[in-house]
Design a protein around this ligand. Structure first.
Ligand code: DGY
Length: 328
């Protein structure tokens, strides 16, 4: 690496990898717990050679324009819908991300949401805490009846690494698994299906595609109307893939039975969101990858990506590999 590269890290991240980065580079770490505003991000990144960012930092063409020295962007996330990849590629800037390491952890949460929505776990918890479990209601034949998961059909929208990890969990629970993805993928025990045939056949639908121009709004009003009546929707991918107003309507009308959601079109979830008032929705605050080990591994990978690029080598996990095919 020539001289000491300047890095702006948009959040303080625990662990040895960041200490290693500080040892090798001039590291400026955003001191607050909350994300920098776009203006703060632009002014702190202005002289940076590398940017270590999170999915809450919008890395768009205007920001890149204001950072003439920038040679690498590395996001501590697998999803890169917060980065304008075309603009970065056009400027010759590789964008790193962290695939692989969060697959199993995210699938764990997706399956937890599926189970929680099916068996009304959050409703049960609220019932007990609210003091409604009283001596005259010790055990009722129809209290909080849910849906069986075993023997049911799971439809996976997306069969990449996380979709496949979800399929393995579902198989362990004795579910039949259907899957659709943009490019056909084969997996033992999983029946590949068109989206049109998957939606009406699945008791549970779990979303595992990336958010991009093709998938934004993929599960809108008409797709939700084609789902099996009473089915359960799980989304741990990105909020923009599901139309939340249409989802709330479908949950209210009984077209859908329940939902388990970790991601939202706008995060944090708007306090006015109708989803907050529906008892048959289990909500978590974008914690799909939130285990100690996985978050540590994500930081490690993001730092590896950054150091590789600053040393003039290809990033081990680059989200815009076309950047390496550009004429120099
Ligand atoms: C990602 O990495 O894209 C996840 O959404 C964060 O866990």
């Amino acid at each position: 690496m020539s001289d000491r590269a300047r890095i702006f890290a948009t959040r303080s991240l625990a662990g040895a990898p960041l200490a290693g980065l500080a040892h090798r580079c001039d590291l400026d770490v955003w001191p607050a717990r909350t994300a920098p505003t776009p203006e703060q991000l632009a002014s702190r990144s202005r002289d940076a050679d590398g940017l270590l960012c999170l999915l809450t930092d919008r890395i768009d063409a205007a920001l890149l324009e204001r950072c003439p020295r920038l040679r690498a962007v590395s996001s501590v996330s697998v999803g890169v819908d917060h980065v304008d990849l075309d603009a970065a590629t056009a400027r010759g800037i590789p964008v790193g991300h962290t695939p692989g390491v969060l697959t199993e952890t995210t699938a764990d949460l997706a399956f937890a949401l599926l189970l929680a929505a099916a068996r009304r776990v959050a409703e049960g918890d609220r019932f007990v805490r609210a003091g409604e479990w009283t001596p005259d209601r010790v055990w009722e034949p129809d209290l909080l009846l849910g849906r069986d998961v075993h023997g049911a059909t799971l439809g996976l929208v997306g069969l990449g690494a996380i979709g496949q990890a979800m399929a393995r969990r579902a198989q362990g629970f004795g579910m039949r698994v259907l899957a659709w993805s943009r490019t056909r993928r084969d997996m033992p025990g999983v029946a590949f299906a068109s989206l049109d045939s998957l939606l009406p056949a699945a008791d549970f639908v779990s979303v595992h595609v990336a958010l991009n121009a093709d998938t934004r709004g993929l599960l809108g009003e008409s797709a939700l109307a084609r789902m099996k009546p009473g089915a359960v929707l799980v989304n741990t991918a990105r909020g923009g893939i599901v139309d939340e107003d249409a989802l709330a309507d479908a949950l209210r009308s009984g077209q859908l039975g329940a939902a388990g959601l970790d991601v939202f079109a706008r995060e944090p979830l708007d306090p006015a969101s109708p989803l907050l008032r529906l008892p048959n929705v289990v909500l978590t605050p974008h914690i799909g990858s939130a285990s100690e080990a996985t978050r540590a591994r994500m930081v490690e990978l993001a730092v590896e990506n950054l150091l590789a690029a600053l040393a003039g080598n290809p990033m081990p996990h680059c989200a815009n590999p076309a950047v390496y095919a550009r004429p120099t």
